[in-house]
Design a binder for this molecule. Sequence first.
Ligand code: FES
Length: 101
Amino acid sequence: MAWHKVAKQEDLADGAVIEVEIGDRQIALYRVEGTLFATDNICTHAYACLHEGYLDGHTIECPLHQGIFDIRNGEPLEGPVDEPLQTFPVKAEGDEILVEV
Ligand code: FES
């Protein structure tokens, strides 16, 4: 496990989700009400990128079959998804956002 710089603070607005990469791993990075969250960016149902989905509060809706996950703990909430998303520790240091993988 190590912390990786993945983005600048200004890259991620409040209420937004972006894709970042650590090696060949795709991670979705979120900011909701000022708090940062990080999950796997690939849906556990089939192959879809969650950063292209719909972020509503602390939930992300997959763009392909509309499965919904809680970004705080990765839990599947609705739709065809039944496997949780992996989540990652995330923190800000100055202008940098870091994720632990
Ligand atoms: S690929 Fe995400 S719900 Fe099917």
